[in-house]
Design a protein around this ligand. Structure first.
Ligand code: HEC
Length: 181
C-alpha cells in the first residue's frame, strides 16, 4: 500500500474506532435510556428467566442502580391486546399518568383488585348505587360524572388492566431515573 493510501485509511479507521467507543460509552452510562424488553436468555440466566421478559433500566446512583420489573410473555401479549382495547374504549377519558376526564390509571392494580375493576367497567353506576365505598368516593371526587358501561368480557378487562400495569411501570422507571420519554 502506498504511503498516500495509508494516510487516508488510518485516520478513517481511527475515526471509526472513536465513534464506536463513544456509542459504547453512551450506552454504558445510560445516556441512551429507554425501557428494554428483551427475551434473550443467556446460558446461566435461562433457567430463572425461562418464560420471563425483563424490563430494566439502570442509572448511575449507588442506591438505585438497577430496578427490575418483570412481566411474563403472556403478560406482554395481554398488554398488547389491552393497548388496542384501551385506545378504542378508554383513552378519550383516561390516560395512564394524567387526569383527563377520569383519573390517571397508573397504579390501579395497587388500589383495586381485578374483580372490582371488572364490575366497575361493566357497570359503574350500578356499583355506585350499591353503595360500594370506593365507587361512591371516586364518583363524588369526579363531580358525579358517570362513566359509561362497557360490554367487555372479564378477559378483555384483564387485558386492559395488564396494559395499564405495563405502561404504568414505564412511567415509574422514567420518574425514578429522570429519563426522557
Ligand atoms: C366518558 C368518559 C370515560 C370513559 C370512556 C371511561 N371512563 Fe373510566 N372513569 C371516568 C370517570 C369520570 C371516572 C371517575 C369516577 C366517576 O366519576 O364515575 C372514571 C373512573 C375509572 C376507574 C376508577 C379509577 C381509580 O383510580 O380508581 C377505572 C378503573 C376506570 N375508570 C377504568 C376505565 C376503563 C378501563 C375504561 C375503558 C374500558 C374507562 N374507564 C372508560 C370516565 C370515563
Amino acid at each position: 500500500m502506498s504511503r498516500n493510501a495509508l494516510e487516508l485509511v488510518f485516520p478513517a479507521a481511527a475515526m471509526l474506532l472513536v465513534c464506536s467507543l463513544v456509542v459504547l460509552f453512551l450506552t454504558g452510562t445510560g445516556l441512551q435510556p429507554g425501557l428494554t424488553f428483551s427475551d434473550e436468555s443467556s446460558a446461566d440466566k435461562s433457567e430463572q428467566m425461562n418464560d420471563t421478559t425483563q424490563a430494566f433500566a439502570s442509572a448511575e446512583s449507588d442506591s438505585l442502580d438497577t430496578a427490575t420489573v418483570q412481566f411474563s410473555l403472556q403478560d406482554l401479549e395481554a398488554a398488547a391486546a389491552g393497548d388496542a382495547l384501551f385506545k378504542n374504549n378508554c383513552a378519550q377519558c383516561h390516560a395512564i399518568n394524567d387526569v383527563v376526564v377520569g383519573p390517571a390509571l397508573a397504579g390501579l392494580t395497587q388500589r383495586r383488585a381485578q374483580p372490582w375493576v371488572v364490575k366497575w367497567v361493566q357497570n359503574s353506576s350500578k356499583m355506585v348505587a350499591s353503595g360500594d365505598e370506593y365507587a361512591v368516593k371516586i364518583f363524588n371526587e369526579y363531580q358525579k360524572q358517570q362513566m359509561p358501561s362497557f360490554a367487555l368480557t372479564e378477559e378483555q378487562i384483564g387485558q386492559i388492566i395488564k396494559y395499564i400495569e405495563v405502561e404504568g411501570s414505564k412511567g415509574m422507571i422514567r420518574e425514578t431515573f429522570a429519563v426522557a420519554d
